[in-house]
Design a protein around this ligand. Structure first.
Ligand SMILES: Cc1ncc(COP(=O)(O)O)c(C=O)c1O
Length: 355
């Protein structure tokens, strides 16, 4: 792919698939029922005191992430956060170094902005570990930004902070999409704490079941954060105020909202690990954290597998072609355990059909 990109092909595909019961294609935990938060309509004013750069929300995000409010830019989901962060860092013709495989919209945004995209590999044989040497080899004097995900989408691999620190010392800004970070088996701090070259994006979408809230953010040193706020005056200016209020309530209740999530994810990962170990046609390094897995299908085509799963088994996966690795596929493990368990059983039956 090259030239001006005006869409995300993956997002268009993902949003237009027929819903299925056993959606292993989903990469988030089940939606959190809003009524559990006990919200009154008076909590959701549409207008009122200045909600331009609504400070209570910046403070609440800052408290969660361990940074002052001046380091926080609010955005509609990680999606808009990635767009704003990249638009602030990248000018047309700039070289941008992006991990491979990656979440396709990150590539699409860089290309939309006119960047020259180069790549560094996260190797399947190494469990998709983040390898600072691979990044170092691919960085050139023209590299303006390095873009990666942590946890890694699609594989769920966790980057260790020593590797991130090495990458941060290479010179360019490092944009880390951390939307899956809170699904790590042990708590991880944002990469923004590793130094001023780091910019982190995230939201309450994946781990908290609040994708509809669109509560996202960018963490960046204050001067860059100010540039991103100014840039946002070209895009959205301010966010929906009721949403900002709801986001503050959600952030104040994150412990309650995420109660049981780590236990659920550990249980579902154990099911997936047992499933992978039982299937000769699949290879996947055992999952140690995260919501997603990216197994290698040693025989057969994941696109055909997905079509069969949707047609016959009311089940879905994400074919690896969307991550530029057509012999892999992604599954998500954030659903209720009975759904994940039955989805894996159906995946097994579909694999049997194809063999
Ligand atoms: C790596 C990554 N970033 C961003 C997003 C979008 O998240 P949000 O709902 O916060 O916009 C996704 C969703 O699949 C994702 O996988």
């Amino acid at each position: 792919m090259s030239g001006r990109v005006l869409q995300s092909d993956y997002m268009h595909w993902a949003k237009n698939q027929h819903p299925v019961t056993y959606a292993l294609s989903s990469s988030e935990v089940a939606h959190y029922p809003l009524e559990r938060l006990g919200i009154a309509i008076a909590d959701l004013a549409l207008t009122g005191a200045s909600h331009y750069r609504y400070r209570p929300l910046r403070e609440a995000i800052g408290a969660k992430e361990g940074v002052p409010a001046e380091w926080v830019v609010a955005a509609d989901g990680t999606s808009m956060a990635n767009m704003l962060a990249m638009a602030a860092l990248i000018a047309p013709g700039d070289e941008v170094l992006v991990e491979h495989p990656t979440y396709e919209p990150l590539l699409a945004v860089a290309r939309f902005l006119g960047a020259r995209v180069t790549r560094f590999a996260r190797r399947a044989e190494a469990g998709f570990a983040l390898d600072p040497d691979a990044v170092r080899r691919a960085v050139t004097p023209a590299t303006k930004a390095i873009v990666l995900t942590n946890l890694h989408n699609p594989s769920g691999a966790l980057a260790d902070s020593a590797a991130l620190r090495e990458i941060g010392a290479l010179g360019p800004h490092v944009l880390v999409d951390e939307v899956y970070r809170d699904a790590a088996a042990a708590p991880q701090r944002s990469a923004v704490h590793l130094g001023g070259r780091f910019v982190a994006t995230s939201s309450l979408t994946k781990v908290y079941g609040l994708s509809g809230l669109r509560c996202g953010w960018i963490l960046a040193e204050p001067e860059l954060a100010e540039r991103i706020w100014r840039l946002n005056e070209l895009f959205a200016v301010s966010q929906a105020h009721a949403d900002e209020r709801l986001s503050c309530i959600a952030l104040a209740n994150l412990d309650r909202i995420s109660e049981g999530t780590q236990v659920l994810l550990a249980r579902n990962r154990a099911l997936a690990n047992a499933f992978f170990a039982s299937r000769q046609e699949l290879h996947c390094a055992p999952l140690a954290g995260g919501i997603t897995a990216f197994p290698h299908l040693l025989r057969g085509d994941p696109g055909t597998l997905d079509a069969l799963l949707r047609d016959k088994y009311d089940t879905s996966i994400v074919p690896g072609r969307w991550f530029e690795m057509p012999d892999h596929f992604r599954i998500g493990l954030g659903g209720p355990t009975p759904i994940v368990e039955e989805g894996l059983a159906r995946l097994g039956r579909a694999l049997d059909d194809l063999s």
